[in-house]
Design a protein around this ligand. Structure first.
Ligand SMILES: Nc1nc2c(ncn2[C@@H]2O[C@H](COP(=O)(O)OP(=O)(O)O)[C@@H](O)[C@H]2O)c(=O)[nH]1
Ligand SMILES: [Mg+2]
Length: 419
């Protein structure tokens, strides 16, 4: 049993290195994973985002007025907060409130962007629950979730973006762990301009109410101690320090009174930090870690294309190019520069390779002044055939005019076959 577990872990670590992202699966998910935005399109939205398991869905249940009881889960050391709603709360929250799911396991429970309705002080808001960054089902799901979150935000009339962080993301883990840093980088990537950091809001969970006065200082100190290669998130940490002073929004579902909930809601459902042009403020985004995995995969693909060219492995070459093309023709993936460029760059290096082959071929031909021997003719024919085959791959994938060198091709074909 122990052996099997180790074997499994080793295999999955090895697979991650060999194939950080399954591109075929990614494309399939992009095409088929549900992302119905019709419910909140054109609406005023508060969107909760953050790492998996920090308590985003629980916070949404809390904002809808749910009662909570702590239950001990056999699968986890932590307690799970079981929620219950009154009939009235369920009716007010809209049909999706029942879909705001939480569980005590480490697996992600929220798998789609989901919107519920909340009326506060006579104004209607849609509250977006989002799948956590660092999806436990795998990197391909994480990428698609990131893309779906960004496209969900873009269709709203206005958006207030709230980052949710739990006690697990703070303390020593703030500087030494990756959860908070990665989450901040993901959100930074989601914004087209750093100026929009001003409009972010922050909620903290799984801690005592008393900690709400310590969070500002924690981030102020931590942002000063950031290492040079983490400086990119300093602006967001300074913003957290600023907005959590004198107190942070700390949600305590078990112990908060009705007044506490009202105070959190008043802070949250206010016009502060509302982004009024989501379509231009948000860009297509992939959670930070998965974006790195995707970059690594695209580099592997490009290396594989070069190797396939060298080895004249037409099947592998076509397969790898098709994988990259599939990314470049899907608009949400093509909006990500690394996906868009990988295909065009690979096609270009492929054309360069083809041209190089042709130059060699031409040189050989022009240096042969006397009649070719059978062996030389065979070699020439083989090279020419290879160039032609490669070119058919090129033509299928790039509706571009033939490069100049191909104009001569007919003449050479004639010379090597007829002579
Ligand atoms: N003790 C405690 N547990 C919480 C709190 N918020 C969420 N949880 C538990 O943490 C787990 C993950 O919460 P969930 O809302 O599903 O996280 P999400 O992935 O961010 O949506 C669940 O078992 C929740 O009951 C909290 O404030 N205190
Ligand atoms: Mg959730």
């Amino acid at each position: 049993m122990e052996y099997n577990k180790n074997f499994e872990t080793t295999c999955s670590a090895l697979l991650k290195e060999l194939r950080p992202v399954d591109l075929d699966k990614l494309v399939e998910l992009v095409d088929t994973y549900p992302n119905d935005v019709s419910h909140y399109k054109g609406k005023r939205v508060i969107a909760l985002c953050g790492p998996t398991g920090v308590g985003k869905s629980t916070t949404i249940q809390y904002l809808h007025g749910a009662s909570f009881t702590a239950v001990k889960e056999s699968t986890s050391f932590r307690s799970h907060l079981k929620n219950s709603f009154t009939e009235e709360q369920l009716a007010k929250g809209g049909k999706n409130l029942g879909n705001v799911k939480t569980s005590g396991s480490f697996a992600s429970e929220t798998v789609y962007v989901n919107a519920t309705q909340i009326e506060f002080d006579g104004e209607e808001w849609y509250v977006l629950d989002t799948p956590g960054f660092g999806e436990t089902k795998g990197v391909e799901f994480d990428i698609v979730n990131g893309l779906n979150i960004s496209s969900a935000l873009k269709v709203c009339s206005s958006v207030k973006l709230v980052i949710v962080l739990s006690d697990y993301c703070l303390g020593d883990r703030l500087l030494n762990g990756s959860e908070t840093k990665d989450c901040c980088r993901t959100v930074l990537n989601m914004l087209t301009s750093e100026d929009s950091i001003d409009s972010l809001s922050y909620i903290f969970t799984k801690m005592d109410k008393g900690q709400s006065i310590a969070i500002s200082q924690l981030f102020r100190e931590a942002s000063r101690q950031l290492r040079l290669d983490d400086k990119d998130i300093q602006s967001i940490w300074s913003d957290i320090a600023f907005k959590t002073s004198p107190t942070a929004m700390v949600v305590c579902p078990l112990t908060d009174t009705a007044e506490d909930r009202k105070a959190i809601s008043s802070r949250l459902f206010s016009s502060n930090g509302v982004i009024s042009d989501p379509c231009t403020t948000f860009s297509n985004c992939i959670p930070y870690k998965s974006r790195n995995a995707l970059s690594a995969q695209l580099i592997l693909n490009r290396e594989s294309i070069v190797n396939a060219l060298e080895a004249k492995n037409i099947l592998l070459l076509s397969y790898r190019l098709d994988q990259l093309k599939a990314l470049s023709v899907r608009s949400n993936l093509a909006a990500i520069a690394i996906c868009r460029c990988s295909y065009t760059d690979s096609v270009q290096s492929f054309i360069d390779h083809l041209e190089g082959k042709y130059r060699d071929f031409k040189k050989k031909m022009s240096s042969t002044t006397i009649a070719l021997s059978d062996h030389e003719r065979g070699e020439m024919a083989e090279t020419l055939q290879l160039v032609c085959t490669f070119d058919s791959i090129r033509r299928e994938r790039l509706s571009e005019k033939n490069p100049i060198f191909l104009r001569d091709m007919g003449i050479w074909t004639y010379r090597t076959t007829v002579e």
